[in-house]
Design a protein around this ligand. Structure first.
Ligand code: ATR
Length: 279
């Protein structure tokens, strides 16, 4: 079949050249024998809506959206899933007979990696979430639905952590989870799981967290890299029980986007291994 007869997908972002999404979706498509193409597309910062519109006007079947356009994708969608609404951001657009549906698979991807791949128990766990930006907003609903005993959101700017804590308080009450916001300097206790959702690793900055917090914790960085991130290096040094980076989350969120588009779920483990080798 020529490419022009295949369903078309793409990832839109800026920058985009380092995106692994085309490799991942290519592997899913081969695994499940799906007739589709998946391209990466660099979009100028002020042209997101025009680029997405032209993609769907040309009968494009679906898009992934990455930094910095997830909020604009939220505005762009004709309809939103409940989880996209809660996340306040969209990473997946689906063309359903001309209606563009916005969804968010990031949180679901993290939970799949934590629970299915890593087998870190969330139910009744005491969890520390570092950061209070868009990435953290996107994971709070699925984390809460997995019924941890407590979640502390800690952030350099306390006000943002407090805002998130207030926004998710009703859901926390529903699942009997104790939700609170703290400053890094106030953290003294140990946790079962620590999730780094800040972008501090990008600048190489260490987060000012007491050593006691890491004691026997399972530590997850939503970022990933060839070598352990600065956060995971610190966690290992301070006695973390286990460490894992966000490559599994990346592949799992892609698998959920793929399922939304194609109604079939790929086997992610082989793809995680293959992408890890290619880093
Ligand atoms: P994203 O969409 O990736 O979450 P964001 O909304 O800009 O991006 O949020 C970035 C997060 O990383 C924030 O929690 C930010 O802390 P502030 O709210 O205090 O800015 C955090 N962050 C980024 N660089 C950091 C650093 N060098 N030290 C500590 N926190 C940092």
């Amino acid at each position: 079949m020529s490419d022009s007869n295949k369903d078309r997908y793409a990832v839109l972002g800026n920058p985009i050249e380092h995106s692994r999404s085309p490799d991942i979706h290519q592997q899913f498509a081969e695994q499940l024998k799906q007739a589709m193409t998946y391209q990466r597309q660099l979009v100028p910062l002020d042209e997101f809506a025009a680029s997405a519109r032209s993609f769907f006007d040309g009968a494009g079947a679906g898009l992934n959206i990455t930094v910095p356009f997830k909020l604009e994708a939220y505005q762009f969608a004709d309809q939103l899933s409940e989880r996209a609404r809660r996340a306040g951001a969209v990473n997946t657009l689906i063309n359903k007979d001309g209606t563009i549906i916005g969804d968010n698979t990031d949180g679901c991807g993290l939970l799949a990696d934590l629970q299915n791949n890593l087998q870190w128990p969330i139910e009744r766990a005491n969890i520390l979430v570092l950061g209070a930006g868009g990435a953290v907003r996107g994971i709070l609903e699925p984390l809460l639905l997995a019924k941890p005993a407590s979640i502390v959101i800690a952030n350099r700017t306390l006000e943002k952590a407090e805002q998130l804590s207030r926004a998710f308080q009703p859901l926390a009450d529903d699942v009997a989870c104790q939700l609170s916001a703290q400053q890094y300097s106030e953290l003294m206790e140990s946790f079962d799981i620590i999730i780094n959702g800040t972008s501090a690793s990008l600048s190489g900055d260490a987060l000012p967290i007491a050593n006691e917090c890491f004691n026997a914790a399972c530590c997850y960085d939503m970022m990933y890299a060839k070598a352990p991130t600065p956060f995971l290096q610190l966690a290992a040094k301070q006695g973390a029980r286990k460490i894992a980076d966000g490559l599994g989350m990346l592949v799992e969120q892609a698998a959920e986007s793929f399922r939304l588009w194609r109604d079939i779920k790929p086997d992610t483990r082989v793809v995680i291994q293959s992408i890890r080798k290619s880093l």
